[in-house]
Every structure is written in structure tokens, then in C-alpha cells.
Design a protein around this ligand. Structure first.
Ligand SMILES: [Zn+2]
Length: 153
């Protein structure tokens, strides 16, 4: 039996980071936008309290409509800044311009276990679907329910 950290089945997305993510992916359209999800875990919920933009550093700018790369420099700086705060990097978000909020094979190959992958479908510049995905032990994505959280933590 393979064991690992227990990944909560629900992602609680607080209002402020949700608004920031929606704004970011809307402005970036028709390019893919991406960023970091910061928060904390309980046995049943993963709570996202903060969303931080990353530049889409995918090498070829003409491919940024369907490819993205998170800045690893920004990721290291972020993780360093979270030490001792009780919060950590719990996932990433990115948009799918004019495509369903389903992870692509490219997304799956680039994904790490533990993290939540929040995908937003942006149709004609409007967010139409938000889904969260986590890898299971066989490296396949399973959906994690996304629930809005209106209270500030
Ligand atoms: Zn994707």
C-alpha cells in the first residue's frame, strides 16, 4: 500500500483570492494565466486564503494561449516567505481560454502530487467554470469539490 499525505476532498476558496483569480484570468485572456494558491489543510478541507499571480513564463510567447509555465523563482521566494506563517503553498491555478476546465495530458505530466490544480474555463473573456484537481496515487487527476468561503479567516 502506498501511503502519503491525506489530501482533503474539498477546496474552500475564500472570496478575496477567488476575486483576484477571476480578475487575473479575465485580464490575461486570450492567454493562459497562472498563479499560486496559499492556505492550509484540515483533515476534511483545504482552505485557500490567498492567491498570488505568477508570470506565464512559457518560453514561446505565441504559445501562451494554450501553454503556461509557473515561475520557479517566484515559487521559491513565495515558499520561503511562508515559513513560520502556518500557511503554505497548497496549489496552483491556471486558465483554459475557450476550453473546458479539465486538465490536459500536458497538465497531468507537469503536475506534482499533493497540490491542488484549480482550472478556470474562460470563454470570450468571461469565467464560466472553476474546477479543482488533485493527483491520486496512480498519477491520475481526480476532482476536488470547490466551495466558496465568504468569511475572512
Ligand atoms: Zn491546463
Amino acid at each position: 500500500m502506498e501511503t502519503g499525505p491525506i489530501i482533503p476532498s474539498a477546496l474552500m476558496l475564500a472570496e478575496v483570492p477567488a476575486g483576484r483569480i477571476v480578475e487575473h484570468v479575465t485580464v490575461a485572456y486570450p492567454n493562459e494565466a497562472c498563479g499560486f494558491l496559499v492556505g492550509f489543510d484540515s483533515p476534511t478541507h483545504r482552505t485557500v486564503t490567498q492567491a498570488i499571480r505568477s508570470d506565464n513564463v512559457w518560453e514561446n510567447p505565441s504559445e501562451r494561449g494554450y501553454r503556461f509555465a509557473i515561475s520557479s523563482t517566484q515559487q521559491m521566494q513565495l515558499e520561503r516567505s511562508l515559513v513560520g506563517t502556518g500557511k503554505s503553498l497548497v496549489g496552483f491555478y491556471h486558465s483554459h481560454p475557450d476550453h473546458p476546465a479539465l486538465p490536459s495530458e500536458f497538465d497531468r505530466e507537469a503536475a506534482w502530487t499533493f497540490y491542488s490544480y484549480l482550472i478556470l474555463r474562460v470563454n470570450n473573456g468571461l469565467v464560466q467554470e472553476i474546477k479543482s484537481w488533485v493527483l491520486d496515487h496512480s498519477q491520475q487527476f481526480v476532482e476536488q469539490s470547490v466551495q466558496p468561503l465568504s468569511s475572512v479567516l
